[in-house]
Design a protein around this ligand. Structure first.
Ligand SMILES: NC(=O)C1=CN([C@@H]2O[C@H](COP(=O)(O)OP(=O)(O)OC[C@H]3O[C@@H](n4cnc5c(N)ncnc54)[C@H](OP(=O)(O)O)[C@@H]3O)[C@@H](O)[C@H]2O)C=CC1
Ligand SMILES: O=C1O[C@H](COP(=O)(O)O)[C@@H](O)[C@H](O)[C@H]1O
Length: 572
Protein backbone atom coordinates (compact mmCIF):
# COMPACT_ATOMS: atom_id res chain seq x y z
CA UNK A 1 0.00 0.00 0.00
CA UNK A 2 1.46 3.30 -1.00
CA UNK A 3 1.78 5.63 1.95
CA UNK A 4 1.18 9.15 0.79
CA UNK A 5 1.38 12.74 1.99
CA UNK A 6 4.14 12.55 4.56
CA UNK A 7 4.39 15.66 6.66
CA UNK A 8 7.82 15.87 8.18
CA UNK A 9 8.83 18.34 10.82
CA UNK A 10 12.56 18.34 11.35
CA UNK A 11 13.63 18.95 14.92
CA UNK A 12 10.35 17.80 16.27
CA UNK A 13 11.55 14.35 17.18
CA UNK A 14 13.68 15.20 20.15
CA UNK A 15 13.06 17.99 22.55
CA UNK A 16 16.10 20.02 23.38
CA UNK A 17 14.08 22.71 25.02
CA UNK A 18 15.41 23.46 28.46
CA UNK A 19 11.90 23.73 29.84
CA UNK A 20 10.98 20.23 28.84
CA UNK A 21 11.89 17.42 31.11
CA UNK A 22 13.88 14.66 29.49
CA UNK A 23 15.42 16.50 26.56
CA UNK A 24 16.42 14.00 23.88
CA UNK A 25 13.33 11.98 24.70
CA UNK A 26 11.16 11.11 21.72
CA UNK A 27 8.25 13.49 22.01
CA UNK A 28 5.72 11.84 19.92
CA UNK A 29 4.99 8.79 21.94
CA UNK A 30 1.72 8.70 23.71
CA UNK A 31 2.25 10.17 27.18
CA UNK A 32 2.80 7.24 29.55
CA UNK A 33 -0.44 7.87 31.38
CA UNK A 34 -2.41 7.58 28.17
CA UNK A 35 -1.05 4.33 26.85
CA UNK A 36 -3.83 1.85 26.73
CA UNK A 37 -2.61 -1.55 27.58
CA UNK A 38 -5.11 -4.29 27.04
CA UNK A 39 -4.47 -5.97 30.36
CA UNK A 40 -6.69 -5.30 33.32
CA UNK A 41 -3.85 -4.96 35.77
CA UNK A 42 -2.55 -2.06 33.73
CA UNK A 43 -5.94 -0.54 33.14
CA UNK A 44 -6.38 0.22 36.74
CA UNK A 45 -3.34 2.38 36.51
CA UNK A 46 -4.28 4.14 33.32
CA UNK A 47 -4.96 7.86 33.49
CA UNK A 48 -6.89 10.01 31.11
CA UNK A 49 -6.52 13.52 29.76
CA UNK A 50 -7.56 15.07 33.04
CA UNK A 51 -4.58 13.38 34.60
CA UNK A 52 -6.77 11.29 36.89
CA UNK A 53 -6.84 7.53 37.03
CA UNK A 54 -9.63 6.00 34.99
CA UNK A 55 -10.30 3.28 37.47
CA UNK A 56 -12.47 0.66 35.89
CA UNK A 57 -13.85 3.23 33.49
CA UNK A 58 -11.54 2.66 30.68
CA UNK A 59 -10.89 -0.35 28.72
CA UNK A 60 -12.38 -3.19 30.61
CA UNK A 61 -15.64 -3.30 32.45
CA UNK A 62 -17.43 -0.06 33.05
CA UNK A 63 -20.32 1.25 35.02
CA UNK A 64 -22.18 1.95 31.82
CA UNK A 65 -25.57 0.42 31.48
CA UNK A 66 -26.68 -1.39 28.42
CA UNK A 67 -30.03 -3.02 27.90
CA UNK A 68 -30.74 -2.58 31.58
CA UNK A 69 -27.63 -4.37 32.82
CA UNK A 70 -24.12 -3.15 33.46
CA UNK A 71 -22.21 -3.13 30.20
CA UNK A 72 -19.36 -5.11 31.61
CA UNK A 73 -21.54 -7.76 33.17
CA UNK A 74 -20.69 -10.50 30.71
CA UNK A 75 -18.51 -13.58 30.81
CA UNK A 76 -14.91 -13.08 31.86
CA UNK A 77 -12.75 -12.14 28.94
CA UNK A 78 -10.15 -14.48 27.58
CA UNK A 79 -6.92 -13.06 26.27
CA UNK A 80 -7.56 -9.46 27.31
CA UNK A 81 -9.85 -6.95 25.71
CA UNK A 82 -10.18 -5.25 22.38
CA UNK A 83 -11.70 -2.08 20.97
CA UNK A 84 -13.54 -1.97 17.67
CA UNK A 85 -14.03 1.50 16.27
CA UNK A 86 -16.69 1.81 13.60
CA UNK A 87 -16.79 5.01 11.60
CA UNK A 88 -20.36 5.29 10.33
CA UNK A 89 -20.36 7.50 7.22
CA UNK A 90 -16.84 6.35 6.36
CA UNK A 91 -17.14 7.56 2.77
CA UNK A 92 -17.77 11.15 3.89
CA UNK A 93 -15.80 14.32 4.21
CA UNK A 94 -15.22 14.37 7.97
CA UNK A 95 -14.24 10.72 8.13
CA UNK A 96 -11.61 11.15 5.43
CA UNK A 97 -10.37 14.54 6.57
CA UNK A 98 -10.28 14.06 10.31
CA UNK A 99 -11.32 10.75 11.81
CA UNK A 100 -9.17 8.21 10.01
CA UNK A 101 -6.09 10.48 10.17
CA UNK A 102 -6.67 10.99 13.91
CA UNK A 103 -6.98 7.25 14.47
CA UNK A 104 -3.77 6.68 12.58
CA UNK A 105 -2.01 9.41 14.59
CA UNK A 106 -3.10 7.68 17.81
CA UNK A 107 -1.85 4.36 16.51
CA UNK A 108 1.40 5.97 15.44
CA UNK A 109 1.88 7.44 18.91
CA UNK A 110 1.16 4.06 20.51
CA UNK A 111 -1.99 5.40 22.12
CA UNK A 112 -4.35 2.78 20.78
CA UNK A 113 -4.66 -0.53 22.56
CA UNK A 114 -2.69 -3.45 21.33
CA UNK A 115 -5.83 -5.10 20.04
CA UNK A 116 -8.06 -2.83 18.03
CA UNK A 117 -9.94 -2.88 14.76
CA UNK A 118 -11.25 -0.02 12.66
CA UNK A 119 -14.35 -0.53 10.54
CA UNK A 120 -15.74 1.87 7.99
CA UNK A 121 -19.49 1.66 7.48
CA UNK A 122 -21.53 3.47 4.81
CA UNK A 123 -23.92 2.74 1.96
CA UNK A 124 -21.26 3.11 -0.74
CA UNK A 125 -19.94 -0.16 -2.04
CA UNK A 126 -16.27 -0.63 -1.21
CA UNK A 127 -13.94 -3.49 -0.53
CA UNK A 128 -11.56 -3.48 2.44
CA UNK A 129 -8.77 -2.74 -0.01
CA UNK A 130 -10.64 0.22 -1.51
CA UNK A 131 -11.28 1.65 1.94
CA UNK A 132 -7.57 1.32 2.72
CA UNK A 133 -6.65 3.10 -0.49
CA UNK A 134 -9.10 5.88 0.33
CA UNK A 135 -7.76 6.24 3.86
CA UNK A 136 -4.11 6.06 2.85
CA UNK A 137 -4.52 9.21 0.78
CA UNK A 138 -5.23 11.24 3.87
CA UNK A 139 -2.77 9.76 6.35
CA UNK A 140 0.21 11.87 7.30
CA UNK A 141 3.25 11.35 9.46
CA UNK A 142 4.12 14.19 11.72
CA UNK A 143 7.73 13.86 12.40
CA UNK A 144 11.06 13.45 10.76
CA UNK A 145 13.48 10.57 11.16
CA UNK A 146 10.68 8.13 11.76
CA UNK A 147 11.93 5.62 9.29
CA UNK A 148 9.15 3.20 10.05
CA UNK A 149 6.33 5.58 9.25
CA UNK A 150 5.43 3.76 6.05
CA UNK A 151 5.43 0.48 7.97
CA UNK A 152 3.21 1.96 10.64
CA UNK A 153 0.76 3.09 8.00
CA UNK A 154 0.74 -0.33 6.50
CA UNK A 155 0.17 -1.94 9.92
CA UNK A 156 -2.65 0.50 10.62
CA UNK A 157 -4.31 -0.06 7.27
CA UNK A 158 -4.20 -3.80 7.77
CA UNK A 159 -6.46 -3.28 10.77
CA UNK A 160 -9.03 -1.32 8.74
CA UNK A 161 -12.05 -3.07 7.25
CA UNK A 162 -15.23 -2.04 5.54
CA UNK A 163 -18.88 -3.01 5.77
CA UNK A 164 -21.42 -1.60 3.39
CA UNK A 165 -24.99 -1.22 4.57
CA UNK A 166 -28.04 0.97 4.98
CA UNK A 167 -28.47 3.27 7.94
CA UNK A 168 -32.10 2.59 8.70
CA UNK A 169 -32.17 -1.19 8.63
CA UNK A 170 -30.55 -3.78 10.82
CA UNK A 171 -29.13 -6.12 8.15
CA UNK A 172 -25.94 -4.16 7.53
CA UNK A 173 -25.24 -3.74 11.22
CA UNK A 174 -25.96 -7.42 11.87
CA UNK A 175 -23.37 -8.29 9.25
CA UNK A 176 -21.01 -5.78 10.86
CA UNK A 177 -21.62 -7.47 14.22
CA UNK A 178 -20.68 -10.83 12.73
CA UNK A 179 -17.45 -9.44 11.33
CA UNK A 180 -16.63 -7.61 14.55
CA UNK A 181 -17.02 -10.85 16.51
CA UNK A 182 -14.61 -12.54 14.14
CA UNK A 183 -12.00 -9.87 14.76
CA UNK A 184 -12.59 -9.81 18.50
CA UNK A 185 -11.46 -13.41 18.74
CA UNK A 186 -12.85 -14.12 22.18
CA UNK A 187 -11.44 -10.99 23.80
CA UNK A 188 -13.59 -8.75 25.96
CA UNK A 189 -15.23 -6.70 23.20
CA UNK A 190 -15.58 -2.94 23.55
CA UNK A 191 -17.18 -1.03 20.73
CA UNK A 192 -17.08 2.60 19.72
CA UNK A 193 -19.30 3.95 16.96
CA UNK A 194 -18.47 7.34 15.46
CA UNK A 195 -21.54 8.84 13.77
CA UNK A 196 -19.95 10.83 10.99
CA UNK A 197 -23.23 11.22 9.12
CA UNK A 198 -25.85 13.89 8.50
CA UNK A 199 -28.02 14.53 11.55
CA UNK A 200 -31.27 13.33 9.99
CA UNK A 201 -30.01 9.73 10.20
CA UNK A 202 -28.44 9.81 13.70
CA UNK A 203 -31.41 8.11 15.34
CA UNK A 204 -31.83 5.47 12.61
CA UNK A 205 -28.22 4.46 13.02
CA UNK A 206 -28.30 4.43 16.80
CA UNK A 207 -31.46 2.32 16.75
CA UNK A 208 -30.09 -0.22 14.28
CA UNK A 209 -26.53 -0.34 15.56
CA UNK A 210 -27.42 -0.49 19.26
CA UNK A 211 -29.88 -3.31 18.68
CA UNK A 212 -27.73 -5.46 16.47
CA UNK A 213 -24.10 -4.48 16.95
CA UNK A 214 -23.72 -3.60 20.64
CA UNK A 215 -21.02 -5.35 22.56
CA UNK A 216 -22.32 -8.41 24.37
CA UNK A 217 -20.11 -7.99 27.41
CA UNK A 218 -17.92 -4.90 27.11
CA UNK A 219 -18.89 -1.28 26.71
CA UNK A 220 -20.60 0.28 23.69
CA UNK A 221 -20.26 4.02 23.10
CA UNK A 222 -21.50 6.34 20.39
CA UNK A 223 -19.75 9.54 19.43
CA UNK A 224 -22.36 11.88 17.98
CA UNK A 225 -21.33 14.77 15.76
CA UNK A 226 -22.99 18.13 15.76
CA UNK A 227 -25.47 19.56 14.96
CA UNK A 228 -27.44 18.38 17.96
CA UNK A 229 -30.73 19.75 16.67
CA UNK A 230 -31.62 23.22 15.38
CA UNK A 231 -33.21 24.62 18.53
CA UNK A 232 -34.33 23.66 22.03
CA UNK A 233 -37.23 21.60 20.76
CA UNK A 234 -35.45 19.57 18.10
CA UNK A 235 -32.43 19.08 20.34
CA UNK A 236 -34.67 17.82 23.14
CA UNK A 237 -36.37 15.50 20.70
CA UNK A 238 -32.99 14.17 19.49
CA UNK A 239 -31.86 13.56 23.07
CA UNK A 240 -35.08 11.74 23.91
CA UNK A 241 -34.79 9.59 20.80
CA UNK A 242 -31.16 8.70 21.46
CA UNK A 243 -32.00 7.84 25.06
CA UNK A 244 -34.56 5.29 23.91
CA UNK A 245 -31.62 3.18 22.81
CA UNK A 246 -28.68 4.43 24.82
CA UNK A 247 -27.88 5.48 28.36
CA UNK A 248 -26.51 9.03 28.68
CA UNK A 249 -23.14 7.49 29.64
CA UNK A 250 -22.94 5.88 26.23
CA UNK A 251 -23.46 9.13 24.33
CA UNK A 252 -20.37 11.21 23.59
CA UNK A 253 -21.54 14.48 22.00
CA UNK A 254 -18.50 15.90 20.35
CA UNK A 255 -17.56 19.54 20.08
CA UNK A 256 -14.15 19.40 18.51
CA UNK A 257 -13.22 22.85 19.83
CA UNK A 258 -13.05 21.31 23.29
CA UNK A 259 -10.24 19.11 22.00
CA UNK A 260 -8.11 22.02 20.83
CA UNK A 261 -4.89 22.54 22.74
CA UNK A 262 -5.49 26.16 23.71
CA UNK A 263 -9.02 25.46 24.85
CA UNK A 264 -7.65 22.65 27.03
CA UNK A 265 -5.13 25.10 28.38
CA UNK A 266 -7.74 27.65 29.36
CA UNK A 267 -8.49 25.92 32.66
CA UNK A 268 -4.80 25.39 33.36
CA UNK A 269 -4.17 29.07 32.78
CA UNK A 270 -7.02 30.07 35.06
CA UNK A 271 -6.70 27.60 37.87
CA UNK A 272 -2.99 27.05 38.18
CA UNK A 273 -1.73 30.62 37.96
CA UNK A 274 -2.33 32.84 40.92
CA UNK A 275 -1.86 35.95 38.80
CA UNK A 276 -4.97 35.40 36.72
CA UNK A 277 -7.67 33.98 38.96
CA UNK A 278 -7.99 37.04 41.23
CA UNK A 279 -8.50 39.21 38.14
CA UNK A 280 -11.11 36.90 36.62
CA UNK A 281 -14.27 38.85 37.31
CA UNK A 282 -16.26 42.01 36.65
CA UNK A 283 -13.90 43.85 39.02
CA UNK A 284 -11.04 43.81 36.54
CA UNK A 285 -12.38 42.51 33.24
CA UNK A 286 -14.14 45.01 31.02
CA UNK A 287 -15.24 42.62 28.30
CA UNK A 288 -14.45 39.25 26.79
CA UNK A 289 -14.38 38.58 23.06
CA UNK A 290 -14.71 35.21 21.38
CA UNK A 291 -13.76 35.49 17.75
CA UNK A 292 -13.92 32.93 14.98
CA UNK A 293 -13.19 33.67 11.36
CA UNK A 294 -12.53 31.60 8.28
CA UNK A 295 -11.03 32.86 5.05
CA UNK A 296 -13.15 30.53 2.94
CA UNK A 297 -16.85 30.19 2.34
CA UNK A 298 -19.19 27.26 2.68
CA UNK A 299 -17.76 25.75 -0.50
CA UNK A 300 -19.39 22.36 -0.99
CA UNK A 301 -21.22 22.41 2.38
CA UNK A 302 -23.86 24.97 1.43
CA UNK A 303 -26.61 22.35 1.53
CA UNK A 304 -25.90 21.57 5.18
CA UNK A 305 -25.04 25.11 6.14
CA UNK A 306 -28.15 26.76 4.80
CA UNK A 307 -30.29 24.81 7.23
CA UNK A 308 -28.21 25.98 10.17
CA UNK A 309 -26.36 29.26 9.63
CA UNK A 310 -23.35 30.56 11.51
CA UNK A 311 -25.06 31.02 14.89
CA UNK A 312 -25.91 27.32 15.09
CA UNK A 313 -22.76 26.20 13.30
CA UNK A 314 -20.23 28.03 15.47
CA UNK A 315 -21.68 30.22 18.21
CA UNK A 316 -24.16 27.97 19.99
CA UNK A 317 -21.54 25.26 20.31
CA UNK A 318 -17.84 26.07 19.80
CA UNK A 319 -17.82 29.65 21.09
CA UNK A 320 -20.34 29.03 23.84
CA UNK A 321 -18.37 26.05 25.10
CA UNK A 322 -15.26 28.19 25.30
CA UNK A 323 -17.23 30.88 27.08
CA UNK A 324 -18.48 28.36 29.64
CA UNK A 325 -14.96 27.16 30.38
CA UNK A 326 -13.77 30.73 30.58
CA UNK A 327 -16.47 31.89 32.96
CA UNK A 328 -17.29 28.88 35.14
CA UNK A 329 -16.50 28.76 38.84
CA UNK A 330 -13.69 26.53 40.06
CA UNK A 331 -14.92 22.94 39.80
CA UNK A 332 -14.73 20.67 42.81
CA UNK A 333 -12.27 18.46 40.93
CA UNK A 334 -11.15 17.64 37.42
CA UNK A 335 -13.76 14.92 37.19
CA UNK A 336 -15.98 15.15 34.14
CA UNK A 337 -19.13 15.59 36.17
CA UNK A 338 -17.65 18.28 38.38
CA UNK A 339 -16.51 20.28 35.36
CA UNK A 340 -19.74 19.81 33.48
CA UNK A 341 -21.73 20.80 36.56
CA UNK A 342 -19.91 24.13 36.62
CA UNK A 343 -20.39 24.66 32.91
CA UNK A 344 -24.11 24.03 33.21
CA UNK A 345 -24.35 26.49 36.08
CA UNK A 346 -22.75 29.28 34.12
CA UNK A 347 -24.80 28.54 31.01
CA UNK A 348 -27.97 28.61 33.07
CA UNK A 349 -26.95 32.00 34.48
CA UNK A 350 -26.82 33.48 31.01
CA UNK A 351 -29.46 35.80 29.66
CA UNK A 352 -31.36 34.75 26.56
CA UNK A 353 -29.84 36.55 23.61
CA UNK A 354 -31.95 39.46 22.34
CA UNK A 355 -32.44 40.48 18.75
CA UNK A 356 -31.01 43.96 19.36
CA UNK A 357 -27.81 42.30 20.56
CA UNK A 358 -27.26 40.45 17.31
CA UNK A 359 -25.92 41.51 13.91
CA UNK A 360 -26.09 39.11 10.99
CA UNK A 361 -24.29 39.16 7.67
CA UNK A 362 -23.89 37.15 4.50
CA UNK A 363 -20.92 37.22 2.14
CA UNK A 364 -21.32 38.34 -1.42
CA UNK A 365 -19.14 37.74 -4.47
CA UNK A 366 -16.00 39.80 -4.78
CA UNK A 367 -13.19 40.16 -7.29
CA UNK A 368 -9.71 40.83 -6.02
CA UNK A 369 -6.45 40.83 -7.97
CA UNK A 370 -8.28 39.54 -11.02
CA UNK A 371 -9.63 36.56 -9.08
CA UNK A 372 -13.34 36.15 -8.46
CA UNK A 373 -14.68 34.77 -5.20
CA UNK A 374 -18.29 33.55 -5.24
CA UNK A 375 -20.94 34.86 -2.91
CA UNK A 376 -22.82 32.53 -0.55
CA UNK A 377 -25.93 32.79 -2.68
CA UNK A 378 -23.93 31.77 -5.78
CA UNK A 379 -23.38 28.31 -4.29
CA UNK A 380 -25.62 25.99 -6.33
CA UNK A 381 -26.46 23.99 -3.19
CA UNK A 382 -27.87 27.11 -1.48
CA UNK A 383 -31.57 27.86 -2.11
CA UNK A 384 -32.23 31.02 -4.13
CA UNK A 385 -32.85 34.10 -2.02
CA UNK A 386 -31.44 32.50 1.13
CA UNK A 387 -31.02 34.87 4.06
CA UNK A 388 -29.03 32.42 6.14
CA UNK A 389 -26.29 34.30 8.01
CA UNK A 390 -22.70 33.39 7.27
CA UNK A 391 -21.58 36.01 9.79
CA UNK A 392 -22.92 37.02 13.17
CA UNK A 393 -21.86 39.16 16.07
CA UNK A 394 -23.61 38.99 19.43
CA UNK A 395 -23.42 40.46 22.90
CA UNK A 396 -24.11 37.98 25.70
CA UNK A 397 -24.36 38.43 29.44
CA UNK A 398 -23.98 36.23 32.48
CA UNK A 399 -26.21 37.33 35.31
CA UNK A 400 -24.20 36.09 38.22
CA UNK A 401 -22.08 37.73 40.89
CA UNK A 402 -18.81 37.25 39.05
CA UNK A 403 -19.83 38.52 35.64
CA UNK A 404 -22.73 40.90 36.17
CA UNK A 405 -22.61 43.59 33.45
CA UNK A 406 -19.57 42.26 31.59
CA UNK A 407 -20.29 41.95 27.87
CA UNK A 408 -19.18 38.68 26.30
CA UNK A 409 -18.97 39.53 22.63
CA UNK A 410 -18.97 36.82 20.02
CA UNK A 411 -18.10 37.21 16.38
CA UNK A 412 -18.09 34.38 13.85
CA UNK A 413 -17.92 34.47 10.12
CA UNK A 414 -17.08 32.66 6.93
CA UNK A 415 -15.29 34.12 3.89
CA UNK A 416 -13.55 36.80 5.93
CA UNK A 417 -10.05 38.19 5.45
CA UNK A 418 -8.32 35.69 7.73
CA UNK A 419 -8.62 32.35 9.47
CA UNK A 420 -8.46 32.77 13.19
CA UNK A 421 -10.00 31.70 16.48
CA UNK A 422 -9.18 33.55 19.63
CA UNK A 423 -10.31 34.65 23.05
CA UNK A 424 -9.60 38.27 23.97
CA UNK A 425 -9.90 39.52 27.50
CA UNK A 426 -9.87 43.29 27.80
CA UNK A 427 -9.12 44.57 31.27
CA UNK A 428 -10.34 47.77 32.84
CA UNK A 429 -8.23 50.90 32.73
CA UNK A 430 -5.87 51.73 35.58
CA UNK A 431 -7.77 54.08 37.91
CA UNK A 432 -6.05 57.47 38.20
CA UNK A 433 -3.26 56.30 35.92
CA UNK A 434 -0.11 58.28 36.78
CA UNK A 435 0.99 58.08 33.18
CA UNK A 436 -2.20 59.29 31.59
CA UNK A 437 -0.41 62.30 30.07
CA UNK A 438 1.85 59.93 28.20
CA UNK A 439 -1.03 57.86 26.95
CA UNK A 440 -3.20 60.57 25.47
CA UNK A 441 -6.89 61.12 25.67
CA UNK A 442 -8.05 57.62 24.86
CA UNK A 443 -7.20 55.69 27.98
CA UNK A 444 -8.91 52.60 26.61
CA UNK A 445 -6.07 52.06 24.17
CA UNK A 446 -3.76 51.52 27.11
CA UNK A 447 -5.67 48.77 28.88
CA UNK A 448 -4.20 45.34 29.30
CA UNK A 449 -5.44 42.63 27.01
CA UNK A 450 -4.91 38.92 27.36
CA UNK A 451 -5.20 36.96 24.13
CA UNK A 452 -5.47 33.22 23.76
CA UNK A 453 -5.02 32.45 20.12
CA UNK A 454 -6.61 29.07 19.58
CA UNK A 455 -5.52 28.91 15.94
CA UNK A 456 -3.51 29.28 13.85
CA UNK A 457 -0.09 29.71 15.52
CA UNK A 458 -1.31 28.88 19.01
CA UNK A 459 -0.24 31.55 21.46
CA UNK A 460 -1.06 33.24 24.73
CA UNK A 461 0.01 36.83 25.00
CA UNK A 462 -0.59 39.69 27.34
CA UNK A 463 -0.46 43.27 26.19
CA UNK A 464 1.23 45.47 28.73
CA UNK A 465 2.39 49.07 28.86
CA UNK A 466 6.09 49.72 29.22
CA UNK A 467 8.52 52.57 28.92
CA UNK A 468 10.43 53.01 25.69
CA UNK A 469 14.12 52.90 26.65
CA UNK A 470 15.79 56.31 26.67
CA UNK A 471 15.98 59.50 28.62
CA UNK A 472 12.45 60.62 27.86
CA UNK A 473 9.21 59.13 29.12
CA UNK A 474 7.41 57.57 26.25
CA UNK A 475 5.10 54.63 26.71
CA UNK A 476 4.80 51.71 24.43
CA UNK A 477 2.63 48.60 24.32
CA UNK A 478 4.35 45.27 24.19
CA UNK A 479 3.32 41.65 24.21
CA UNK A 480 4.46 39.16 26.78
CA UNK A 481 4.22 36.33 24.38
CA UNK A 482 4.02 32.57 24.75
CA UNK A 483 4.15 31.42 21.17
CA UNK A 484 3.75 27.67 21.18
CA UNK A 485 5.85 27.04 18.08
CA UNK A 486 8.82 28.71 19.78
CA UNK A 487 8.28 27.30 23.22
CA UNK A 488 7.52 23.73 22.20
CA UNK A 489 8.99 21.95 19.29
CA UNK A 490 6.34 19.32 19.17
CA UNK A 491 3.49 19.40 16.73
CA UNK A 492 0.19 19.98 18.42
CA UNK A 493 -2.17 17.03 18.11
CA UNK A 494 -5.38 17.48 16.24
CA UNK A 495 -8.47 17.97 18.41
CA UNK A 496 -9.99 14.76 17.08
CA UNK A 497 -7.07 12.74 18.38
CA UNK A 498 -7.62 13.91 21.94
CA UNK A 499 -11.36 13.39 21.73
CA UNK A 500 -11.19 9.94 20.18
CA UNK A 501 -8.72 8.83 22.82
CA UNK A 502 -10.92 10.22 25.57
CA UNK A 503 -13.94 8.40 24.18
CA UNK A 504 -11.98 5.15 24.09
CA UNK A 505 -10.86 5.75 27.66
CA UNK A 506 -14.37 6.67 28.79
CA UNK A 507 -13.32 10.18 29.77
CA UNK A 508 -16.35 12.44 29.30
CA UNK A 509 -14.95 15.77 30.42
CA UNK A 510 -14.63 17.13 26.90
CA UNK A 511 -18.02 15.91 25.71
CA UNK A 512 -21.32 17.71 26.09
CA UNK A 513 -23.85 16.48 28.61
CA UNK A 514 -27.53 16.73 27.71
CA UNK A 515 -28.31 19.39 30.34
CA UNK A 516 -25.45 21.54 28.98
CA UNK A 517 -26.95 21.22 25.57
CA UNK A 518 -30.40 22.23 26.81
CA UNK A 519 -28.94 25.28 28.54
CA UNK A 520 -26.97 26.24 25.43
CA UNK A 521 -30.02 26.05 23.19
CA UNK A 522 -32.04 27.98 25.75
CA UNK A 523 -29.79 31.01 25.21
CA UNK A 524 -30.03 31.04 21.42
CA UNK A 525 -33.39 29.54 20.50
CA UNK A 526 -35.60 32.63 20.98
CA UNK A 527 -33.39 34.87 18.86
CA UNK A 528 -32.97 32.24 16.16
CA UNK A 529 -36.72 31.96 15.95
CA UNK A 530 -37.14 35.73 15.82
CA UNK A 531 -34.51 36.12 13.10
CA UNK A 532 -36.35 33.55 11.03
CA UNK A 533 -39.88 34.73 11.77
CA UNK A 534 -39.03 38.34 10.97
CA UNK A 535 -36.86 37.31 8.03
CA UNK A 536 -34.14 39.66 9.20
CA UNK A 537 -32.02 40.47 6.15
CA UNK A 538 -28.30 39.92 6.66
CA UNK A 539 -25.90 42.79 5.93
CA UNK A 540 -23.92 41.82 2.85
CA UNK A 541 -20.13 41.88 3.09
CA UNK A 542 -17.60 41.17 0.35
CA UNK A 543 -15.84 37.80 0.34
CA UNK A 544 -12.46 38.29 2.00
CA UNK A 545 -13.42 41.44 3.93
CA UNK A 546 -13.59 42.03 7.67
CA UNK A 547 -17.34 41.51 7.75
CA UNK A 548 -20.30 43.84 8.28
CA UNK A 549 -19.75 47.22 9.90
CA UNK A 550 -22.81 46.48 12.02
CA UNK A 551 -20.51 44.41 14.24
CA UNK A 552 -18.66 47.59 15.21
CA UNK A 553 -21.87 49.40 16.10
CA UNK A 554 -22.95 46.48 18.24
CA UNK A 555 -19.64 46.53 20.12
CA UNK A 556 -19.82 50.31 20.43
CA UNK A 557 -23.21 49.98 22.16
CA UNK A 558 -21.27 48.40 25.01
CA UNK A 559 -18.30 50.72 24.73
CA UNK A 560 -16.17 47.95 23.28
CA UNK A 561 -13.73 47.85 20.41
CA UNK A 562 -13.04 44.53 18.73
CA UNK A 563 -9.50 43.57 19.67
CA UNK A 564 -8.75 41.88 16.38
CA UNK A 565 -9.18 45.12 14.48
CA UNK A 566 -6.66 47.31 16.26
CA UNK A 567 -3.63 45.12 15.51
CA UNK A 568 -1.46 43.32 17.97
CA UNK A 569 1.27 45.81 18.68
CA UNK A 570 -1.31 48.45 19.51
CA UNK A 571 1.27 51.19 20.00
CA UNK A 572 0.02 54.66 20.90
N1 LIG B 1 -17.19 17.95 7.26
C1 LIG B 1 -16.81 18.71 8.27
O1 LIG B 1 -15.83 19.45 8.20
C2 LIG B 1 -17.57 18.67 9.56
C3 LIG B 1 -18.67 17.85 9.73
N2 LIG B 1 -19.35 17.79 10.91
C4 LIG B 1 -20.48 16.90 11.10
O2 LIG B 1 -20.05 15.57 10.87
C5 LIG B 1 -21.05 14.81 10.24
C6 LIG B 1 -20.52 14.25 8.93
O3 LIG B 1 -20.12 15.31 8.12
P1 LIG B 1 -19.59 15.08 6.62
O4 LIG B 1 -18.60 13.99 6.58
O5 LIG B 1 -19.24 16.41 6.10
O6 LIG B 1 -20.92 14.58 5.92
P2 LIG B 1 -21.13 14.02 4.47
O7 LIG B 1 -22.18 14.83 3.81
O8 LIG B 1 -19.84 13.82 3.77
O9 LIG B 1 -21.83 12.62 4.80
C7 LIG B 1 -21.15 11.49 5.35
C8 LIG B 1 -21.66 10.24 4.68
O10 LIG B 1 -23.02 10.05 5.01
C9 LIG B 1 -23.73 9.52 3.89
N3 LIG B 1 -24.80 10.46 3.54
C10 LIG B 1 -24.69 11.71 3.10
N4 LIG B 1 -25.89 12.28 2.90
C11 LIG B 1 -26.79 11.34 3.22
C12 LIG B 1 -28.20 11.31 3.26
N5 LIG B 1 -28.94 12.36 2.90
N6 LIG B 1 -28.81 10.18 3.65
C13 LIG B 1 -28.10 9.13 4.02
N7 LIG B 1 -26.74 9.09 4.03
C14 LIG B 1 -26.10 10.19 3.64
C15 LIG B 1 -22.74 9.39 2.77
O11 LIG B 1 -22.26 8.07 2.74
P3 LIG B 1 -22.90 6.92 1.83
O12 LIG B 1 -23.67 7.55 0.73
O13 LIG B 1 -21.72 6.15 1.35
O14 LIG B 1 -23.75 6.16 2.77
C16 LIG B 1 -21.62 10.30 3.16
O15 LIG B 1 -20.36 9.87 2.68
C17 LIG B 1 -22.24 15.76 10.05
O16 LIG B 1 -23.10 15.59 11.15
C18 LIG B 1 -21.60 17.13 10.09
O17 LIG B 1 -22.48 18.11 10.53
C19 LIG B 1 -18.92 18.53 11.98
C20 LIG B 1 -17.85 19.37 11.89
C21 LIG B 1 -17.11 19.54 10.67
O1 LIG C 1 -17.81 22.60 13.28
C1 LIG C 1 -17.36 23.27 12.37
O2 LIG C 1 -16.08 23.66 12.43
C2 LIG C 1 -15.39 24.04 11.26
C3 LIG C 1 -14.15 24.78 11.74
O3 LIG C 1 -13.33 23.90 12.46
P1 LIG C 1 -11.76 24.20 12.55
O4 LIG C 1 -11.30 23.19 13.51
O5 LIG C 1 -11.22 24.01 11.17
O6 LIG C 1 -11.61 25.60 13.01
C4 LIG C 1 -16.23 24.91 10.36
O7 LIG C 1 -15.56 25.12 9.13
C5 LIG C 1 -17.54 24.21 10.09
O8 LIG C 1 -18.39 25.07 9.34
C6 LIG C 1 -18.24 23.84 11.35
O9 LIG C 1 -19.33 22.98 11.07
Amino acid sequence: MAATAFRFHPAAFFSAHPGEAGAKRPLHHCPPHRILVPRRACLLRAKSSNGLPQIGASFGNTNEVLDGRPAGDGPPEQGGSTVSITVVGASGDLAKKKIFPALFALFYEDCLPEHFTVFGYARSKMSDEELRTMISRTLTCRIDKRENCGDKMEQFLQRCFYQSGQYNTEEGFAELDRKLKEKEEGRLPNRLFYLSIPPNIFVDVVRSASRTASSSSGWTRFIVEKPFGRDSESSGELTRSLKKYLAEEQIFRIDHYLGKELVENLSVLRFSNLVFEPLWSRNYIRNVQLIFSEDFGTEGRGGYFDNYGIIRDIMQNHLLQILALFAMETPVSLDAEDIRNEKVKVLRSMRQLKLEDVVVGQYKGHTRGGKSFPGYADDPTVPKGSITPTFAAAALFIDNARWDGVPFLMKAGKALHTRRAEIRVQFRRVPGNLYRRNIGTDLDTATNELVLRVQPDEAIYLKINNKVPGLGMRLDRSNLNLLYSERYRREIPDAYERLLLDAIEGERRLFIRSDELDAAWGIFTPVLRELEDKRVAPELYPYGSRGPVGAHYLAANYNVRWGDVTGDDGSF
